[in-house]
Design a protein around this ligand. Structure first.
Ligand code: SF4
Length: 194
């Protein structure tokens, strides 16, 4: 095993021990939609909900406003549902380059605007140069803003509907539409047709 391969294996192991046994960190709606499209599976097949704080901008209002939840990648007994066990028991991500951006940046903090202390322009153990990490952070920040706006719009227009007890699955249908509209450069779903 050469130095690059060894460093990569070490990074994958550290990420598995830190993230994968608990689930990923700051996942955005764009991550969920990208995974869903790649796997040809609806996002609610691989997500779960957890209680959200009242002021959480990622807190989705469901069930006629009775609950506020975060939508997260599901975790099973062994950890993230996308973690697979390699021979020898080491954890590995089954998503490869489709993994959430926060996972691909590990151990860098996606929120940070500061360069990593050892960012020299050379590839890190994650295989990212300083420029590539900066670009991932820029994309992550854009995805984050869109995610929070998607949740805000849902909560304002749909989450408190008195007609139906809308669920997290309903929200994720809206998320799919909102992300498709974003990629197509068209209006938000509720703005189509006036
Ligand atoms: S998506 Fe992949 S890298 Fe991220 S926590 Fe799950 S298994 Fe680990």
């Amino acid at each position: 095993m050469d130095d690059t391969t060894s460093a990569r294996a070490d990074w994958l192991s550290r990420r598995a021990d830190t993230y994968c046994i608990h689930g990923p960190g700051e996942v955005n709606g764009a991550d969920l939609v990208r995974i869903a499209r790649t796997l040809a599976a609806e996002p609610w097949r691989f997500t779960q909900t957890a209680p959200a704080a009242p002021d959480d901008p990622a807190g989705v209002v469901v069930d006629k406003g009775r609950r506020r939840v975060r939508v997260e990648v599901a975790t099973a007994v062994q950890g993230c549902v996308f973690m697979i066990r390699a021979m020898g028991g080491a954890g590995r991500c089954g998503l490869g380059d489709v993994a959430p951006l926060c996972c691909r940046m590990f151990p860098a903090d996606p929120r940070s605007t500061m360069p990593e202390p050892d960012a020299t322009g050379e590839p890190s153990r994650a295989g990212l140069t300083a420029e590539e990490l900066a670009e991932l952070r820029r994309v992550w920040a854009g995805d984050r803003a869109r995610w929070h706006e998607t949740v805000r719009r849902w909560n304002q227009r749909n989450g408190r509907s008195d007609d139906d007890p809308l669920t997290a699955e309903d929200f994720q249908r809206y998320l799919l539409e909102a992300e498709f509209a974003r990629q197509a450069g068209t209006a938000w779903p509720e703005e189509v047709g006036g």
